[in-house]
Design a protein around this ligand. Structure first.
Ligand code: BTN
Length: 326
C-alpha cells in the first residue's frame, strides 16, 4: 500500500485527500493513516492540511519497493520488482527469478551486496547506503552473439540517468564502464543463459558508486562516486528508474533495428579516448592504435600505426588509455 500511496502523491504533485486515497486503494481511513505514519517513520516528509489532504514534501534516499516502484514510468513498471536491503548478488537473484518464469523487465535492486560480481571474475563492492546494485531480466529473440550490444545500450542508459540527476559530464570507457574525471563510476556485467543456441535470458547488472566518500587504497586512483565528484547527494531510486526508462526506450528501437546504428553516433560522442591512442590488451598480446569509435555492432575500431583498421570485439580484450585506467 505504501507504493500506491507514494505513486498517488507523486502523480498529483499536490494535495491528495484522505478520502481519495481510501477510495482508490479500497481501504479504510485508519489504514491510510497508518501507512502514512509508517512512511514518515522511514524519513518521508508528508504534509497534512485540513480539508486539503496529504502532500509529499521530501523523500529519503532509500532503496525500497515503495520508493522505486512509485517512481517508475517505463514500460516494465508493472513487472516484478524485488528490493533487498542485502543480498549476495542482484545478478544471481535476477537469474533465479527469470528461471522461475518471471517475465522480461523483472528488476532486482539491492542496497548492499555481499558477493557482488564484476567482469572477468572480479569482485564488485556495494556497501550499504552508498551505491546501487541493480539487475534486470531480458528475454530477447536475438542471436547470442548479438547480446553484447545490449551492454552498450545499458552503458548509454546509465550515462543518461546520471546526466539527468546530476548533470555530470560522464564518459564511457568501451564497452561499458562509466567514467567521471577518468575514474570509474559505474560498471556493468551482462550474463546470458543459453539453451542450445537459444537465449533463455539475459541479466543486465549495473553497479553505481553514488555516495561513497572514499575507496580502498587499491581502487583510489581508479574508482570514484558521484558524491566525490560533485559534492552532492542524489536519490538512488531516481537513478534506478531513469536507467529503466532510458534502457527500455533504447531496447525497443534495438529490437526493431537489430543493430546499434541508431545510437552509434550518440555512443561515440561519449566515448573516452576517441581519436586518441589506446592500448589493446589481449591474451598474451598488447598493441597500440588510435580509437575510432564503435561500429554498428558495438565492436571498437582501432587504427594501427600502419593504417590498418582492426575490429576489436567486446569480451576478448580490454582497452586502456595510454597513461591511465581510462
Ligand atoms: C564491472 O566489473 O565493471 C562490472 C560490475 C557489475 C556490478 C553489478 S552490481 C549489480 C550486479 N550484480 C552483480 O553481482 N554485479 C552487477
Amino acid at each position: 500500500m505504501k507504493r500506491e500511496i507514494l505513486t498517488m502523491l507523486r502523480k498529483d504533485g499536490t494535495y491528495v485527500s484522505g478520502q481519495q486515497l481510501c477510495e482508490r486503494l479500497g481501504v479504510s481511513r485508519t489504514a491510510v493513516w497508518k501507512a502514512i505514519n509508517a512512511l514518515k517513520a522511514e524519513g518521508y516528509e508528508i504534509g497534512a492540511v485540513q480539508n486539503k489532504g496529504y502532500c509529499l514534501l521530501q523523500a529519503p534516499d532509500v532503496l525500497t519497493e515503495a520508493e522505486i516502484g512509485s517512481r517508475r514510468t517505463d514500460r516494465w513498471k508493472d513487472a516484478p520488482l524485488v528490493v533487498y536491503a542485502e543480498t549476495d548478488s542482484t545478478n544471481n537473484q535476477a537469474r533465479r527469478l527469470a528461471q522461475e518464469g518471471n517475465p522480461e523487465g523483472t528488476l532486482v535492486v539491492a542496497d548492499r551486496q555481499t558477493r557482488g560480481k564484476g567482469r572477468r571474475g572480479r569482485v564488485w563492492e556495494t556497501p550499504a547506503s552508498a551505491g546501487i546494485a541493480m539487475s534486470f531480466v531480458l528475454k530477447p529473440e536475438i542471436a547470442p552473439q548479438d547480446a553484447s550490444q545490449l551492454t552498450i545500450l545499458a552503458a548509454l542508459a546509465s550515462l543518461r540517468a546520471v546526466q539527468d540527476v546530476s548533470g555530470a559530464d560522464c564518459a564511457i570507457k568501451w564497452p561499458n564502464d562509466l567514467v567521471l574525471n577518468r575514474r570509474k563510476l559505474c560498471g556493468i556485467l551482462t550474463e546470458m543463459n543459453l539453451e542450445e543456441d537459444y537465449i533463455q535470458q539475459i541479466i543486465v547488472g549495473i553497479g553505481f558508486n553514488v555516495h561513497h566518500e572514499a575507496f580502498p587504497e587499491s581502487l583510489a586512483d581508479k574508482a570514484t562516486s558521484l558524491y566525490l565528484e560533485t559534492g552532492q547527494k542524489y536519490s538512488r531510486a531516481e537513478i534506478v528508474c531513469r536507467v529503466m526508462q532510458h534502457f527500455a526506450e533504447y531496447y525497443e528501437q534495438f529490437l526493431t533495428q537489430r543493430n546499434l546504428a541508431f545510437v552509434r553516433e550518440e555512443y561515440n560522442h561519449f566515448l573516452i579516448s576517441r581519436g586518441e591512442s589506446v592500448r589493446v590488451l589481449g591474451v598474451g598480446q598488447e598493441w597500440s592504435g588510435r580509437s575510432l569509435g564503435i561500429n554498428d555492432t558495438g565492436s571498437l575500431l582501432v587504427e594501427t600505426e600502419d593504417g590498418e583498421i582492426r575490429e576489436v570485439l567486446a569480451g576478448e580484450v580490454s582497452v586502456r588509455g595510454l597513461y591511465s585506467y581510462a
